[in-house]
Design a protein around this ligand. Structure first.
Ligand code: ADP
Ligand code: MG
Length: 724
């Protein structure tokens, strides 16, 4: 029988949303629509300029400045067609995440008629006033100006917010005297350093086709959503990004019922809008799901070239912030918004790929190819072994201290997890596989079996900060709010060092077949770097002890972790690879330390304010209420008011504790204020300051637990974490 809906297309049409519904368009139709991508470039540029620009973008060719005027004009025409009135150079200062300054496309011609112009010079270079961005004292006010320089490898895009439409140009940011003032410049330099060396390794292994190597990155971003109404009523969330107190709720994450659970429709609506906006920006968002904690979620993209992937992550954070607001939510990107509840990180998936599309950390079918893989792996081990502390420093900040080295994943000890199979293979190589016929056969088999790794997702260790996950490394210590440029730079830098260790031994060998020699180098490195390999439980007490025995650094706090930036060897490393000069490393140390100190000072002042303005007055009202009632009960019968009187006494004790807590906060702030040395000040805030914060918080939390619900003015954990 022919049904009414025998026509499948007709049926789909009826079931689907209306065709003209904006959300119905296939992703591929709108992907990158708001970017000056190849399609837009091809439309607006002459063929020769298009090809030159593409050569810069795709083949690392130096930008031909001659073409700047035409590119600028084309970009402007494209942006005007999209409704833009302004353009802006977008950059990554060393504090905060991104910065932008907008200029109208407005000039006047000789007759005084307004025209819209955008020149090559305006595209290539901007001049934002740099005086209010941190420079770690490198710049004096009279030379406060910095300049932004166009990064053609990251596509310009149109930013639409409310009534404004702006052409945004990703840039690097430097001072007039050439000092680095941002996070992108060191990233680009570190990429240059590592990619050049990785390419040389490929050549040594006889690769004749690859034109270049690129680092690839895929950052998985965790975040919390809370209702905007609650958020606005919590000054600590507004000003510190995290709750400075809050009694733990009876139900939190103990049922483990949130992770990968079904996503609430309201949240899914938010995610749908986020994805749509990301797709329009050409950001390949792939996965979305609930995370471990209540109201915690994750978004992960398809990986891209590192610089682009990081620009995209920065844009994604902004986009999510804006869309959360439109949905009546606030997004929390802080590493630890709620005490006792899982915090948020950003897993930086990291690998290298060549121009032929091969992932250099993907074991292949041929054992010989896998020796090349082992060479890359050894370079990473060598880097982490020598400069693991630098990776730790790259993710150090006040927010991340609540995760690393505190009671949460991953630990502050930088170790590498390889999985049982690979770990065993390395141990065999170290023991001398390949030296006799039998061991050579064993090694051959091991190398042949390597490709199974990429498919084997079960062998996971969630507690390791640097985990090999089949065909990439996952650096899990990055904080959710962080700009990935810094950790990626550190990773690139230490692996560039590791590759040099390898290259220095292999490049002069001159052998036709490099594999036997390469295996020897692998063996040597594996032997020397054993201490950084750890397959066990990274959270355990035993690991803390074991790591200390192995001499691995374990900097639990930011001030401790940053010390490595004053180390001669580390400064020399930055200089050798042309990533930062000595003064720039010093500046980085100062900027990071200062940010830490300022964060702690703000938290201390804020907690004191809240204790005085919310907690104590509420406590006093509760005392009056119980006190009055106790009097009335006493009047009704002998000692009838005793129970409530004891509550009043209890509250009196809490008031005293709060008072003492405030005094300790004051003492910490005064001591910090009096301290002239930045490093001592930061250390003081880290010890005395943090302990004052914890003590006062504890008294506030206990008060919250015993005062009447309707007297308590601030949203509670049980509300913020569960109601959306
Ligand atoms: P899982 O973490 O379960 O292995 P995926 O394999 O999908 O999940 O990868 C998680 C993240 O790792 C994604 O953001 C993805 O883009 C990224 N990723 C995958 N392969 C690479 C690679 N070669 N280089 C960098 N990142 C990668
Ligand atoms: Mg992962």
């Amino acid at each position: 029988m022919v049904s009414e809906h025998s026509n499948v297309e007709e049926m789909i049409k009826n079931l689907a949303l209306r065709e003209d519904h904006p959300d119905r368009r296939p992703i591929a139709d709108t992907f990158g629509a708001l970017t000056f991508n190849k399609k837009a470039m091809a439309k607006y540029l002459s063929k020769s300029v298009y090809e030159k620009l593409l050569n810069t973008i795709e083949n690392n060719e130096k930008l031909d400045v001659e073409i700047a005027d035409e590119v600028a004009h084309a970009m402007k025409e494209w942006a005007l067609a999209m409704g833009a009135t302004h353009f802006c150079h977008w950059f990554q200062p060393q504090r905060g995440v991104t910065a932008e300054k907008h200029d109208a496309f407005l000039t006047f011609d000789r007759t005084g008629t307004p025209i819209q112009r955008f020149s090559g010079r305006q595209l290539i270079q901007g001049e934002p006033d740099a005086s209010s961005f941190p420079s770690g004292g490198m710049r004096s006010t009279f030379e406060a100006r910095g300049y932004t320089a166009w990064d053609p490898t990251s596509p310009a895009f149109v930013l639409r917010t409310g009534k404004s439409v702006t052409l945004v140009i990703p840039t690097a940011y430097l001072s007039w005297t050439g000092e680095v003032l941002d996070m992108k410049t060191p990233l680009l330099r570190s990429l240059h350093a590592i990619e050049d060396r990785a390419y040389r390794v490929l050549k040594l292994f006889g690769n004749r086709t690859a034109k270049y190597v690129r680092v690839t990155v895929g950052p998985e971003q965790e975040y919390f959503l809370v209702s905007k109404e609650f958020f606005n009523r919590r000054p600590d969330l507004v000003y510190a990004g995290r709750t400075l107190f809050g009694a733990s709720a009876a139900k939190h994450q103990q049922m483990e019922d949130h992770y990968f659970g079904s996503i609430k429709p309201k949240v899914l609506d938010f995610m749908a809008d986020v994805d749509k906006a990301l797709f329009e920006r050409g950001i390949p968002a792939k996965t979305r799901h609930n995370e471990v904690a209540p109201n915690q979620f994750e978004i992960a993209p398809i990986y891209e070239e590192a610089n682009l992937a990081i620009d995209h992550n920065l844009q994604a954070m902004e986009i999510m912030r804006k869309i959360a607001d439109e949905h009546g939510f606030a997004i929390l990107l802080h590493e630890k918004p709620f005490q006792g509840i899982n915090g948020s990180g950003k897993h930086l998936n990291w690998s290298m790929g060549d121009s032929d599309g091969n992932n250099l950390l993907e074991p292949g079918l041929a054992p010989k190819k896998n020796v090349q893989f082992l060479v890359f792996l050894s370079a990473i081990l060598a880097g982490v072994d020598k400069y693991g502390a630098l990776l730790r420093a790259a993710v150090a900040d006040a927010g991340n201290d609540h995760r690393l080295g505190a009671n949460e994943a991953p630990p502050a000890i930088m170790s590498v997890y390889l999985g049982t199979f690979l770990d065993k293979l390395l141990t065999e190589i170290e023991k001398g596989a390949g030296e006799t016929e039998a061991t050579r056969a064993a090694l051959e088999t091991g190398l042949k079996r390597l490709p199974a790794l990429a498919l084997d997702n079960s062998d996971r260790n969630r507690t390791s900060p640097i985990a090999f996950t089949g065909n990439k490394f996952e650096f899990r210590a990055v904080g959710a709010s962080q700009n990935c440029s810094e950790p990626a730079t550190a990773m690139n830098l230490i692996v560039a060092y590791g590759l040099d260790v390898v290259l220095s031994k292999l490049e002069k060998s001159g052998a036709e077949d490099i594999t036997p020699k390469a295996l020897g180098v692998v063996k040597e490195i594996v032997k020397q770097t054993k201490r950084v390999r750890f397959e066990g439980n990274g959270y355990s007490e035993e690991w803390q002890k074991e790591a200390a025995k192995r001499g691995l650094p374990n900097a639990k706090t930011t001030p401790e972790a940053l010390e490595i930036l004053t180390d001669k060897d580390v400064i020399a490393l930055y200089e050798k690879y042309g990533v930062l000069r000595k003064e720039e490393v010093h500046a980085k140390y100062d900027i990071k330390l200062e940010a830490y100190a300022k964060t702690k000072e703000i938290e201390l002042k804020l907690l004191k304010e809240l204790a005085l303005q919310f907690v104590l007055p509420t406590l006093a009202r509760q005392v009056s209420s119980y006190g009055d009632a106790a009097g009335k009960l006493d009047a009704a019968g002998k000692s009838a008011g005793n129970a409530l009187k004891s509550k009043v006494v209890e509250l009196g004790k809490l008031a005293a504790e709060i008072d003492e807590g405030i005094a300790a906060v004051d003492a910490a702030l005064e001591a910090a204020d009096a301290e002239k040395s930045l490093s001592k000040k930061a250390k003081l805030l880290c010890t005395k300051g943090v302990s004052a914060l914890n003590d006062l918080r504890c008294a506030c939390d206990r008060t919250e637990g015993v005062v009447e619900n309707c007297l308590w003015q601030l949203p509670k954990y049980r509300e913020m974490l569960f109601l959306l």
